[in-house]
Design a protein around this ligand. Structure first.
Ligand code: ADP
Length: 152
């Protein structure tokens, strides 16, 4: 059984995340979207809200689960018997950042966890949760950049 974990903050989930999820669904037997809890980070949406937004957005996919975790992504993958970490790549900056994380994770997991990257569809690569939060803070039309389930 091929199991992948898609880790992230999802504060909130965007159409960019959704694009990656939709395209990863046929590649794995199970996809776990996992919100990493980071005590140092300030979030706009509570963990419960972020989980609710994702659950509603992916409810129609039978093989997608939503969860949260504390600690290292690789430890969570091993706990869930996931062989793959899924990440999205928007631009060269994402690549540089993700490259270091992927090598680190593979080393920490003693080569038991592979990272798999999907390129964002054109037209979605400019979207980020931080841009969405900025639009929300200024009363803009954030609905254009997020799944229908995300409403404040
Ligand atoms: P993190 O705090 O781990 O960066 P995010 O929720 O911002 O969490 O992102 C989670 C994953 O989703 C990352 O792999 C990121 O590259 C990817 N991602 C975010 N926005 C997009 C987008 N517009 N297109 C493709 N991937 C994206």
């Amino acid at each position: 059984m091929k199991i992948a974990v898609f880790p992230g903050s999802f504060d909130p989930i965007t159409l960019g995340h959704y694009d990656i999820i939709e395209r990863a669904v046929p590649l794995f037997d199970k996809l776990i979207i996992a919100i990493g809890k980071n005590a140092q980070k300030k979030y706009m949406f509570s963990l419960e809200k972020r989980i609710e937004f994702i659950k509603k957005s992916v409810a129609h996919f039978p093989n997608v689960e939503v969860d949260s975790f504390e600690g290292l992504t690789v430890d969570y993958c091993i706990e869930k018997k996931a062989q793959f970490v899924l990440r999205g790549l928007r631009n060269p900056a994402d690549f540089e950042f993700e490259k270091a994380i992927a090598h680190t994770n593979r080393t920490l997991a003693h080569h038991q966890v592979e990272s798999v990257f999907l390129l964002t569809s054109s037209g979605k690569s400019f979207i980020s949760s931080s841009i969405v939060r900025e639009i929300i803070n200024h009363g803009g039309e954030y609905e254009l950049l997020v799944p229908d389930a995300v409403r404040i």
